[in-house]
Ligand binder design. Sequence first.
Ligand SMILES: NC(=O)c1ccc[n+]([C@@H]2O[C@H](COP(=O)([O-])OP(=O)(O)OC[C@H]3O[C@@H](n4cnc5c(N)ncnc54)[C@H](O)[C@@H]3O)[C@@H](O)[C@H]2O)c1
Length: 347
Amino acid sequence: MKILVTGGAGFIGSAVVRYAVADGHSVVNVDALTYAACLDNVAAVADEPAYAFECADIRDRAALDRIFAAHDPDAVLHLAAETHVDRSIDGPGTFVETNVAGTFHLLEAARAYWEARGRSDAFRFHHVSTDEVFGSLGALGRFTEATPYDPRSPYSASKAASDHLVRAWGATYGLPVVVSNCSNNYGPYHFPEKLIPVVILNALAGRPIPVYGAGSNVRDWLYVEDHAEALLTVLKRGAPGRSYAIGGGAERSNIDLVRTICAILDDRRPRSDGTHADLITFVPDRPGHDARYAIDATRIRDELGWRPSVTLEQGLARTVDWYLEHEDWWRALLGRDGVGRRLGTGG
Ligand SMILES: NC(=O)c1ccc[n+]([C@@H]2O[C@H](COP(=O)([O-])OP(=O)(O)OC[C@H]3O[C@@H](n4cnc5c(N)ncnc54)[C@H](O)[C@@H]3O)[C@@H](O)[C@H]2O)c1
């Protein structure tokens, strides 16, 4: 299959690109190379004949038309987005432009291409979304594909809007679409503004490890390479018009997660004057911080046979080891705009 992947120079997109090429597919990576992108993430496949890169913005319809015509893809796997909730609080406009308008332009380009080539049922437009569109859970229950939308941040609202556009293009124009909503990812190549790399890198530097509020917010964590496998599974075998909730079945409060990472670092790089957990510092909470996310992944497990391959503890150990071994990668990103600063305080 030839897959047009958008956002393939980002965290999850690059895992998808690497996985898809290893799985025998051809990939066209379409990415605008924003602050969150890093082409080193796909260096392992950059010289493969099955890989092509197109630097383009998904808001640029003319560029998209050219790319569809030039590469003739069998499927679109759409990951390009603005993704950092804290940045969406400070500057929601870019989130609406990329996540909503960009998805609209990509849908229209895909539809024109699909119609011009005879409306094949085998074509797929797979939109990659988040469980954050469902809002915030109390202590009980889990999100399923039937959970009503209730986004509460500019980021999740923009992703919810894009999910609705994708479903509407399926219902109205017959475009064969699938949507997946995934829980929080972690793993190698995670940009150093997100919680887990912030914890690892601050701990290594002996700096305070910031934890929002009381650290009681609960997330359901999935190793990024397991997500990449799930996305290819949905792309190959998911039913058009259907959506799939994807999660790791690994719920942890932020403070428990941070303590687990600190314990791994105590083992790998002991501090001379205490434990890494001594560096934990509680900071004012994010405005509107969702209390709990959790995914019921029964559908993708029962219908498509997918399940995560690693536990959270295994995945975190791999992740910490990866950051210890790839200092050149993360050091080069620390100077990027906004990295290392507290964003999204709403003030
Ligand atoms: N990170 C998570 O935990 C998580 C969980 C569920 C779903 N998702 C979704 O998965 C997708 C990828 O997330 P991520 O964490 O890898 O994001 P990321 O921020 O690491 O990467 C996003 C990529 O999209 C590119 N991009 C941004 N705007 C673009 C534009 N206008 N045109 C073309 N390319 C553009 C960036 O250059 C970057 O390479 C997003 O759609 C996100 O909503 C993420």
